[in-house]
Design a protein around this ligand. Structure first.
Ligand SMILES: Nc1ncnc2c1ncn2[C@@H]1O[C@H](COP(=O)(O)OP(=O)(O)OP(=O)(O)O)[C@@H](O)[C@H]1O
Ligand SMILES: [Mg+2]
Length: 327
């Protein structure tokens, strides 16, 4: 029996490091910055790294490295990149037989432009990655302890089917929704969210789901928790994270001062790390510390997978301080 089955994206990622892309403030959205690629120019890249990624697949790697029996379910095209993704997951000891392979389009592919600061711009082609065929999912064989959901291409039928199957079989759901899930909005998502054990969004995603851009970190947390049956978590990049548990208790943690080489995968590492550790015994502080250590380890290397912590190498990462807020 599986401990975790992840459903979500799986991509081929190519990282380009130029180091000297010009940065300038966004014309309409300062202090947001733009990393500039002049039209008609030819820019030489200093470094290139090939990797595989995608939120569903990245999370599966955390779970497998943490010693859990793990399967990943995603969609790839019938092409070389799809084969490479599946082979890399299998090498991690992840069950890949539930992956769907479709002829119609390419495997998801991302080109990631990495700035010297470690921040990046992702150009992503979603391709087959979001074309889940709900009818072809053998739900009767899928009875893990946990489902981990990430980007499902906004497939409402799929979300409903997972939610109903999980409820009927006492399967817990952890979710770090993709943009198209978030776009359904809080009202429509409410029946699904009631049945979720851990919902994780970043601050902007949470505000968008609620339908009120610009909400403060704490406001997003409180609003989401009104709907989520289990724990609500709202991350905010370098500002750290707020967690509200089922009793309304709030946990707050920052981000350790660790080196950042390339930050793709931080969110996936944090979310899957948090849920992995939480699933061991429900200790939220420890889950925050492990999620944060996992994210810190991932941002010290190129690629969303490199750095994901194995079961025994958590010890070398500092534990972030977790504060419990009284109101
Ligand atoms: N540079 C970093 N160093 C250490 N930890 C980080 C870093 N960036 C993010 N984290 C940790 O990961 C958590 C999630 O990051 P963030 O809020 O950026 O998620 P996200 O916007 O969903 O990211 P992603 O774009 O990777 O999905 C943060 O709350 C923080 O604890
Ligand atoms: Mg994210």
């Amino acid at each position: 029996m599986h401990d975790f089955i992840t459903l979500g994206s799986a991509t081929r990622d190519v990282f380009f490091k130029a180091g000297d892309f010009e940065l300038r403030p966004h014309e309409h959205d300062a202090p947001q910055m733009e990393q500039c690629v002049p039209l008609g120019s030819k820019l030489e890249m200093k470094e290139i790294v090939f990797a595989t990624g995608g939120g569903g697949a990245n999370a599966a790697v955390t779970f497998a490295r943490q010693g859990w029996q793990t399967a990943a379910l995603g969609v790839v095209g019938a092409d070389f990149n799809g084969e490479a993704i599946i082979a890399e997951l299998a090498q991690e000891g992840i069950e890949t037989k539930y992956f769907q392979k479709h002829e119609g389009d390419h495997t998801a592919y991302s080109v990631i432009l990495v700035h010297g600061s470690g921040e990046r711009t992702i150009l992503s082609y979603k391709g087959e990655g979001q074309h889940f065929n709900v009818q072809a999912i053998p739900f009767e064989n899928l009875t893990p302890k946990w489902f981990y959901l990430n980007s499902l291409g906004g497939n409402w039928d799929l979300l409903q089917a997972i939610s109903a199957h999980a409820a009927a079989n006492q399967i817990k759901i952890g979710m770090n929704p993709g943009g198209k899930e978030i776009a359904h909005g809080l009202k429509k998502l409410t029946p699904v969210l009631k049945n979720i054990s851990v919902l994780i969004t970043n601050k902007e995603e949470g505000a968008e789901m609620i339908g009120t851009p610009g909400l403060e970190h704490r406001q997003v947390l409180d609003k989401l928790k009104e709907v989520v049956g289990g724990i609500a978590v709202v991350t905010d990049g370098p500002n750290g994270v707020l967690v509200k548990d089922v009793d309304g208790k709030i946990y707050k943690a920052g981000v350790p001062d660790s080196p950042v080489v390339e930050r793709t995968g931080a969110g996936d590492a944090w979310s899957s790390g948090f849920i992995s550790e939480y699933s061991r015994g429900g200790d939220i502080s420890k889950a925050i510390q492990f999620g944060t250590a996992n994210a810190s380890a991932v941002v010290t290397q190129f690629g969303a997978r490199a750095g994901i912590l194995k079961k025994d190498d958590w010890g070398s990462w500092p534990l972030v301080e977790v504060e419990i807020l009284t109101s």
